[in-house]
Design a protein. Structure first.
Length: 372
C-alpha cells in the first residue's frame, strides 16, 4: 500500500505585516512572485524522486497570504503536481489560506476551477475595533461578505481563524464575534489566543498593551466552546472545531505524524523521522536552488526516545487521544509521567484510549512539558 503524505507550500507575501505576526513574510512585489515561481519548479524537481511511491492526501497553501500569489502562481504549482503523475487521493484536500480583502468573485471562480476545494480565511474577529487593534486591512463587513461570496461561488468547505486575548478586547466584543459566526456558511474554526512573540511589533510595545487578564481569557475560551456546542460542532483538537465530517485532513496529518514536504522559504518538512526547515530568506532560498543545492538550513533527526515522546505529546492534542497500544512504545519514565498526570486529573482513560481531561485541555502545556 502506498504511504499517504501531505504537501505544504509557503507563500510569504503580505500587503502589510501585522503587529503580532512572527511568520516569515515579505512585501507583495511582482519580482518576488517570479522568483518564487521559478524556485518552486526547481524545488519540485529536487523532491520528485521521494514522491514516486506515495499518495498525496492533502495540499496546503499557507503563508503569508497565498491568495496574493493566485491565480497564476498557485495554478502553476497544481499543474506541475498533476503533470508529475504522483497519485492524488480521490478525497485530496487542497486548502488555500486567504485574507478577505483579496477574495473577489472572479478569483474565487478561478480558485475552484484550478482545484482548490477548501479555503482557510484569516478573519480573526468580526468586531471592527479588534480588527483595527490587530491592524488588519479588512473590516468585519468585508470578512462576512468574503465568506458568503465563497460559499455562493461553490466553496463548501470554509475554515476561519478567530483570535481572542486581543488588546482592549472586551467580553461584549468577543461575544459579538461569536454571535456573528452562527449565521455564516462555514464548516471549520481554528481558535487562537493572541501570544506576544519576540521580534514582533506588539512585543516591542508589550508594556503598553492592555491585554485581557487570565481569568478573562478563560471566559473567552469557555464562551467559544459553548457557542460551538450550541452550533453542534465538534471540538476535535485543542484549538480546532468543525461540523461533522469537516476535520482538516491536512492538520490531522500534523497531529498524527503523517510525513509532509514543505516547499518555499521557511517551510518545514517532516520526512523519514527527520524534521527540517528551508532557509527563511527568499533570495537565499532561490540562490540555493539555482545552484542545485538544498535550501534546507536546519535539520534534526528525531531519535528514540525523544521521537516517541514528542509524538505522544502531539497526538494528545486530538480530543480522542491515543490508542492504548501506543503505550507499549513508550519508555518507562514517560509511562510514569502519564501515570502521574492521570492521578492529577490531566488525563482520562477508557477501554481503548487515553485522552486529555477537561483540566488537561486547559493546561495542555503542563501535560506536554511533563511528557517531553
Ligand atoms: S496576514 Fe497573516 S501572515 Fe501576513 S502579516 Fe498578517 S498575520 Fe502574518
Amino acid at each position: 500500500m502506498k504511504t499517504s503524505i501531505s504537501l505544504y507550500f509557503h507563500i510569504p507575501f503580505c500587503t502589510k505585516k501585522c503587529p503580532y505576526c512572527h511568520f516569515y513574510v515579505i512585501p507583495n512585489q511582482q519580482s518576488f512572485h517570479a522568483l518564487l515561481d521559478e524556485s518552486f519548479a526547481k524545488e519540485w524537481d529536487l523532491y520528485l524522486p521521494l514522491l514516486e511511491d506515495k499518495i498525496i492526501t492533502s495540499i496546503y497553501f499557507g503563508g503569508g497570504t497565498p491568495s496574493l500569489f493566485a491565480p497564476s502562481g498557485i495554478k502553476n504549482i497544481l499543474e506541475r503536481i498533476k503533470k508529475s503523475q504522483i497519485e492524488l487521493a480521490s478525497s485530496c484536500e487542497i486548502t488555500l489560506e486567504a485574507n478577505p480583502e483579496e477574495l473577489e468573485i472572479s478569483l474565487l471562480h478561478q480558485l475552484l476551477e484550478m482545484g482548490i476545494n477548501r479555503l482557510s480565511l484569516g478573519i480573526q474577529s468580526l468586531d471592527d475595533r479588534s480588527l483595527q487593534t490587530l491592524e488588519r486591512t479588512h473590516s468585519a463587513k468585508k470578512a462576512e461578505l468574503a465568506i458568503f461570496n465563497a460559499n455562493q461561488t461553490g466553496f463548501k468547505n470554509i475554515s476561519i481563524d478567530l483570535m481572542y486575548d486581543i488588546p482592549d478586547q472586551t467580553k461584549a466584543s468577543w461575544d459579538y464575534t461569536l454571535s456573528r459566526i452562527r449565521s455564516l456558511p462555514i464548516q471549520h474554526l481554528s481558535l487562537y489566543n493572541l501570544t506576544i512573540e519576540p521580534h514582533t511589533s506588539f512585543f516591542k510595545r508589550k508594556n503598553e498593551l492592555q491585554l485581557p487578564k487570565p481569568e478573562e481569557s478563560i471566559q473567552y475560551l469557555f464562551s467559544a466552546i459553548q457557542t460551538m456546542k450550541e452550533m453542534q460542532w465538534k471540538r476535535y483538537e485543542i484549538s480546532a472545531f468543525c461540523q461533522e465530517g469537516y476535520a482538516s485532513h491536512h492538520n490531522l496529518g500534523y497531529w498524527t505524524y503523517r510525513p509532509f514536504l514543505g516547499f518555499g522559504p521557511s517551510a518545514f518538512s517532516f520526512w523519514d523521522n527527520e524534521r527540517y526547515q528551508n532557509v527563511a530568506n527568499i533570495q537565499r532560498y532561490a540562490k540555493a536552488l539555482k545552484e542545485k543545492k538544498s535550501p534546507v538550513s536546519f535539520r534534526e533527526k528525531l531519535t528514540f526516545p525523544q521521537n516517541i515522546k514528542e509524538e505522544l505529546a502531539v497526538r494528545l492534542r486530538l480530543l480522542d487521544g491515543i490508542d492504548l497500544n501506543f503505550l507499549s512504545l513508550l519508555p518507562k519514565d514517560t509511562l510514569n509521567a502519564m501515570e502521574n498526570l492521570s492521578n492529577l486529573g490531566f488525563l482520562c482513560k477508557n477501554n481503548s484510549r487515553i485522552y486529555l481531561s477537561e483540566k488537561g485541555l486547559l493546561f495542555y502545556d503542563t501535560v506536554a512539558s511533563e511528557i517531553i
